[in-house]
Design a protein around this ligand. Structure first.
Ligand SMILES: NC(=O)c1ccc[n+]([C@@H]2O[C@H](COP(=O)([O-])OP(=O)(O)OC[C@H]3O[C@@H](n4cnc5c(N)ncnc54)[C@H](O)[C@@H]3O)[C@@H](O)[C@H]2O)c1
Length: 151
């Protein structure tokens, strides 16, 4: 059985902390590498490895993927709604270029799985409000939602 080595990018955010802790329960603390721009979240301290990483620094990201023999990547680094609306080009740049960096490295290093979340916010005011189908009108009204609606 191939041992999974997982890199969580944006691990100190709202989703990242919970997700990292759960993944560590499943795969073992040392097999889940938490990474973020910020300082390590206190809830993660002592539960497994932490590296400081900017997803926009493709070279640094590439080095980590090779050095740690990463087999799966969870990409959670993003600029969300309120901040994104204040600085749409920054949000677009991070949300799109960050994803492209991950995808290109994953392809080159044959990383088996890449997880990248969408959001309920991809559905805009013209989407059906009840029982919204998976495939339907999405006319998002924020830059954050636009950058998540390409999956
Ligand atoms: N929170 C939710 O309920 C929710 C729901 C649906 C989808 N999502 C999606 O999940 C993802 C994470 O959401 P969240 O709520 O945890 O966001 P968050 O803002 O709490 O966390 C994002 C993390 O990314 C880090 N980050 C920012 N720029 C970075 C960079 N250049 N390099 C590395 N790390 C960087 C931040 O420091 C932060 O810790 C987003 O794509 C969001 O749209 C979140």
């Amino acid at each position: 059985m191939i041992k999974e080595k997982i890199l969580v990018i944006g691990a100190c955010g709202q989703i990242g902390v919970e997700l990292t802790l759960e993944l560590r329960k499943i795969y073992g603390g040392s097999n889940v590498i938490a990474s973020d721009l910020r300082e390590e979240n206190e809830l993660l301290i002592g539960t497994g490895p932490y590296v400081s990483l900017d997803v926009m620094n493709k070279e640094m990201l590439h080095v980590q993927v090779i050095r740690q023999n990463i087999t799966q990547i969870y990409l959670l680094a993003a600029i969300l709604s309120a901040t994104g609306e204040k600085n749409p080009s920054l949000a677009w740049h991070l949300n799109m270029q960050g994803l492209l960096n991950v995808l290109e490295i994953a392809k080159e290093e044959q990383v088996k799985k890449v997880y990248w979340p969408s959001s309920v916010a991809v559905f805009g005011p013209t989407s059906p409000r009840k029982f919204c189908p998976q495939h339907t009108i999405i006319e998002p009204i924020t830059v954050w939602a636009h950058s998540h609606s390409l999956d």
